[in-house]
Design a protein around this ligand. Structure first.
Ligand code: MUC
Ligand code: MG
Length: 372
């Protein structure tokens, strides 16, 4: 007999970061996660997470609005429904609630975890099966200081934790940013891959100047140089330079992916479960990219372990991640709320194989860090 959804809780959890994390639009000192716990009528529990960056500075959903959306709108539509048909539950939510992809992603993740535990299958098995057991993970250098970033990168390389780095730029004048990036590239040498994420901070004129200089400095990728909705500039820039573009904020779901590809964009898409309303939507976007000759990147919203492992299960089912992954969110936080943190080693991370997501809440840690 199929079980029904018995309860849904959305909990705000605040964990300090190991150092200030400076992006073009905000500097983070704490990460706020919305942890979702869904219980079925047999008492089994599924875990999910919705996390964004810097309150409302990254996108239109804040942690507080995600909790309110789940408590007031999503949960009432799900309670007492059969728990074992995720597609039907998604149709029900989408028929009643527009957008709110982050809140929906946390719910879908918790349902996948629950269904996996019910059936004795890992989330990657539910999604068709893992092709990879270990995925590469880059590190983001974003202290705001060139010398500190170089030290940080060198210690990561020595510890075999990361050998690919992404630099957050866009808050300083373009040539100051290029100087900072070029100095780090020169210090780390040719064998180390460096990318930058501008997080929409440039207009097309500035991007043309910046990308030219970054290309000359040997930088490998430029992520989201121009604003979200400016598809035309992304297309023109992707055709003008050999340094490739990674589209991030511009691409939420399969429809965006189709439209940007149809407009003539070449490069890659950053997949994020949060942007696509969950792992299933992110894999649909991946299919559109694959059909369009666009590369794939496993992206993060700087989630903690629950959101990160859900993403990893999805990325593990993709044959090729052309630009690798950045699933380092748990490492940016001072502490974790799961019993067994992910195993980061050999410049990457291992994908758990136990039923569901393969992680368990540490109740004492959750009680300590939950917002009072
Ligand atoms: C983004 O835009 O890519 C990912 C890594 C990081 O430091 O910030 C996020 C968001
Ligand atoms: Mg980005």
């Amino acid at each position: 007999m199929s079980t029904t959804i018995h309860s849904i809780d959305a909990i705000l959890v605040d964990i300090p970061t190991i150092r200030p994390h400076k992006l073009s639009m905000t500097t983070m000192g704490v990460q706020t996660m919305v942890i979702v716990r869904i219980k079925d009528s047999n008492g089994l529990e599924g875990l999910g997470e919705a996390t964004t960056i810097g309150g409302l500075s990254y996108g239109p959903e804040s942690p507080e609005s995600i909790k309110l959306t789940i408590d007031s709108y999503l949960a009432p539509l799900l309670l007492n429904q059969p728990s074992n048909n995720i597609n039907t539950l998604k149709v029900r939510l989408n028929a009643n609630i527009r957008a709110n992809h982050l809140a929906k992603s946390a719910i879908e993740t918790a349902l996948l975890d629950l269904n996996g535990k019910q059936q004795g299958l890992s989330v990657s098995q539910l999604l068709g099966g893992a092709i990879h057991q270990h995925l590469p993970v880059l590190w983001v250098l974003a202290s705001g200081d060139t010398a500190k970033d170089i030290d940080e990168a060198q210690s990561m390389i020595a510890a075999k934790r990361h050998c690919v780095f992404k630099l957050k730029i866009g808050s300083r004048p373009v040539m100051e940013d290029v100087k900072h990036v070029a100095a780090i590239k020169a210090a780390l040498g040719d064998s180390v891959s460096i990318r930058v994420d501008v997080n929409q901070a440039w207009d097309e004129f500035t991007a043309t100047k910046g990308m030219q200089a970054l290309q000359s400095a040997g930088i490998d990728w430029v992520e989201q140089p121009t604003p979200t909705k400016d598809f035309a500039s992304l297309v023109r820039l992707s055709q003008k330079f050999t340094i490739p573009i990674l589209a991030d904020e511009s691409i939420n779901d399969a429809t965006d992916g189709f439209q940007l590809a149809a407009a003539g964009f070449s490069g890659s898409y950053a997949l994020k479960i949060a942007k696509s309303a969950g792992p299933i939507g992110a894999l649909k976007l991946a299919s559109v990219a694959q059909a369009s000759g666009i590369g794939l990147y496993g992206g993060t919203m700087l989630e903690g372990t629950i959101g990160t492992v859900a993403s990893l299960h999805a990325w593990s089912t993709l044959e090729k991640l052309h630009v690798g992954t950045e699933m380092f969110g748990p490492l940016l936080m001072k502490d974790d709320i799961v019993v067994n943190p992910l195993n980061y080693s050999n410049f990457g991370v291992e994908i758990p194989t136990t039923p569901g997501l393969g992680v368990e809440i540490d109740e004492d840690k959750l009680a300590f860090y939950r917002r009072k």
